[in-house]
Ligand binder design. Structure first.
Ligand code: UDX
Length: 436
């Protein structure tokens, strides 16, 4: 099939590259010309495992192309995926201006039937607004449908998630739209991955409900971790014990310094607002947000307990990305933690395998904040090591070497990368989350 993807960001690139990998001809429309130039050379603007290979495969095989021309894109195929950003507005609601723009431009350029598919996360019933907008600007009698097909891609494993989904959710009205979507996903459904067909409003809601639920799991376990610290219980074992219950599940019960990223913070906010707009108070989710925002202060408290004061202390930081296997720092806890540490006078040496470039654009390097290219370099002479992201290379680090390089062997681990007994046996003073 021919497929058009509008938006060459994170979701659009992964969607386009994966559809091309599944045997379709894909045209990605991206309005920033420099980005298109780079993509045509096979250079991905983001770090995502497996994506470079798929881009290369698609470009070399001729099944993946890029353009800045939306009219060309819209008329390239019958099915147009909307993969543009829906950032938060100051009141927490989603800014849908880019979605509206795509609907408008599609209406103006389309010459035959189109199925417009929302992939971007949008509030429930956005499909009606998209439909109305297309109708308004179309001004001619051309049939079209609007569908919702939310993505459930985790950064760092987005390509894997696309090709091995827990479920595919498709919200459609009418047989034609349903058939197109079923055909498009056939390579995956044939391999046994479940496809749930719903109406568009339900599909839109499934996305926000899923992400808010996962964020709730994280805030829940983070509160339980604080309880563990005050009672001498062990959060890892509590999570394991809870996780064996199939109704709960062990996933997303890792306590730490809170959730970040481009989805959870935004989606929880949006879901609260969506409920509010229809007269419902989703107070549970406001509490989820509150607990998450308090994680930063709780971690700083731990650092202060360990070091007493931070003025002129040499602090090594491992991890800046909001989670491992990504260079993304959007809403990363590090963005709030680092300035707090600097404000208290700390002198920081930071290392992250992929996210330093992005981070150093927000916080320029200086005397108090240096970026180093190696995790061992970061800990040289440090009076404490703070772990903010659980990259695998940290878990595998030679911690004896780390202890020797540090001036004081103090580790404050915000992601429970190590086992407390092991770290103590190595001679570290070790603080982590929800364990003593
Ligand atoms: C999420 C959803 O998982 C995905 O389905 C959705 O469509 C996009 O948003 P992503 O933001 O890439 O994906 O990352 P995810 O792995 O879900 O982690 C989100 C945040 O929660 C990270 O900051 C992570 O560190 C944190 N987290 C996750 C925890 O603190 N504890 C956990 O147990 C799991």
């Amino acid at each position: 099939m021919r497929v058009t993807v509008i938006g060459g960001g994170y979701v659009g690139l992964v969607t386009g590259a994966c559809f091309s990998h599944l045997g379709n001809e894909v045209l990605i429309v991206e309005k920033v010309p420099e980005k298109v130039e780079k993509l045509r050379r096979g250079e991905s603007p983001i770090y995502e495992p497996g994506l470079d290979e798929l881009l290369k495969e698609g470009i070399e095989g001729g099944s993946l192309r890029f353009t800045t021309d939306i009219e060309e894109g819209v008329n390239f195929s019958d099915v147009v995926f909307i993969c543009v950003g829906t950032p938060s507005l100051p009141d927490g609601s989603a800014d849908l201006s880019q979605v509206e723009e795509v609907a408008r431009l599609t209406a103006k350029s389309m010459k035959s039937y189109k199925l417009l598919v929302e992939k971007s996360t949008v509030p429930v019933n956005t499909h009606q607004l998209v439909k109305k907008t297309v109708q308004r600007y179309l001004g001619r009698d051309i049939p079209f449908d609007v569908a919702s097909n939310p993505e459930f891609l985790r950064e760092g494993s987005a390509v894997y998630d696309f090709l091995n989904p827990d479920r595919i959710v498709v919200g459609v009205e009418g047989d034609k739209a349903r058939e197109i979507m079923e055909e498009l996903y056939r390579p995956l459904t044939e391999r046994g991955f479940p496809l749930l067909v719903t109406d568009p409003a339900t599909a839109e809601l499934i996305k926000h409900a899923s992400n808010s639920f996962l964020a709730m799991k994280i805030s829940f376990i983070n509160m339980v971790a604080d309880l563990c610290e005050r009672t001498g219980a062990d959060i890892e074992l509590v999570a394991e014990g809870m996780g064996y219950d199939k109704r709960i599940g062990r996933a997303f019960l890792n306590a730490g310094i809170g959730y970040g990223g481009s989805c959870f913070p935004k989606d929880v906010k949006a879901f609260i607002k969506i409920a509010e707009d229809v007269g419902l108070d989703f107070g549970l989710l406001r509490e989820v947000e509150k607990i998450n925002s308090e994680r930063i202060g709780r971690f700083i408290e731990k650092v202060l307990n360990a070091l007493w004061t931070l003025k002129d202390k040499k602090i090594a930081v491992w991890g800046l990305a909001f989670k491992p296997n990504t260079d993304d720092i959007r809403e990363a806890p590090s963005l709030k933690l680092i300035p707090e540490l600097l404000k208290k006078g700390a002198r920081i040496r930071a290392y992250d395998p992929k996210a330093m470039e992005n981070f150093s654009r927000v916080f320029l390097p200086g005397d108090d904040l240096m970026y180093v290219q190696d995790k061992y370099e970061a800990v040289k002479g440090a009076e404490a090591l703070l772990i903010l992201t659980e990259w695998e290379e940290f878990a595998k680090a030679d911690m004896e070497k780390v202890r020797e390089l540090m001036e004081l062997p103090i580790v404050v681990d915000g992601r429970n990368v190590f086992k407390p007994n092991h770290m103590r046996a190595l001679g570290f003073e070790y603080y982590s989350i929800g364990r003593s």
